[in-house]
Design a protein around this ligand. Structure first.
Ligand code: CA
Length: 225
């Protein structure tokens, strides 16, 4: 795997590079946000490790900017350990989050897990476009349209919508959604699900398409007419 490491602390960078190279990964290292954005576009890595505290920009903005044009998996590395930051990391499009200091073994495992999920998303998406009434979901290109108009979703918003659309009308429990869409690393914050549902409703332009089932979870409420 080709990894883009964005980290300004030379000692952290050195140990991460060492650990990843031992795990047979190829690492490109940059130490500021500006270089990260250009390297993400030009070197086409399989995954980005992104420190949040960078000298020139906030890592959150770097993540958002990369997300505008790319769905490369991003794991955020940060010393900030408050729950609010975990939720924020999801909100701005990260796929996973590691709090410093972390062990190399865990980092390598997370990289492989995130990489596997994104490969699966690519290879299992053979039945390309699902159409439900005015909504179409293309799992291969991760494109969503409403009445033929493109709707831009973050990768997690897409995953959430695609998950609910697996069986339209069926009720999905909050905790199951958490573990399917966010993996179990994100223990305890089902508020994240609510935040993403709210964002999805807004972007899809119809509040009724994702129905809340009180005390249980959510279902896709679009009828195919
Ligand atoms: Ca830093």
């Amino acid at each position: 795997m080709d990894i883009l490491l964005v980290e300004d602390d030379p000692s952290v960078a050195a140990s991460v590079i060492d650990g990843l190279e031992n795990a047979s990964m190829i690492v490109t290292h940059v130490s500021n946000g500006k270089d990260a954005i250009s390297a993400a576009a030009t070197t086409n890595p399989d995954l980005i490790l992104l420190d949040l505290g960078l000298p020139d920009m906030d890592g959150q903005d770097v993540c958002r900017i990369i997300r505008e044009t790319s769905s490369i998996p991003i794991i955020v590395l940060s010393a900030r350990s408050e729950e609010i930051d975990r939720v924020l990391a999801l909100e701005f499009g990260a796929d996973d989050y590691m709090v410093k200091p972390f062990g190399m073994r865990e980092l390598v495992a997370r990289i492989r897990a995130v990489g596997r999920r994104s490969n699966q998303a690519e290879s299992t998406a053979t039945t390309s476009v699902q159409v439900i009434g005015p909504l179409s979901i293309d799992r291969r290109t991760q494109r969503v349209r409403v009445n033929g108009e493109d709707v831009y979703l973050t990768p997690k918003e897409f995953d959430l919508l695609a998950h609910l659309a697996t069986d339209p009308g069926a009720v999905y429990r909050r905790n199951d959604i958490m573990s399917e869409v966010w993996d179990t690393n994100w223990y305890g914050t089902t508020k994240t699900v609510d935040a993403h549902v709210a964002a999805l409703r807004k972007k899809l332009g119809n509040q009724d398409w994702i129905e809340a089932v009180r005390g249980v979870g959510f279902r896709l409420g679009i009828t195919d007419s």
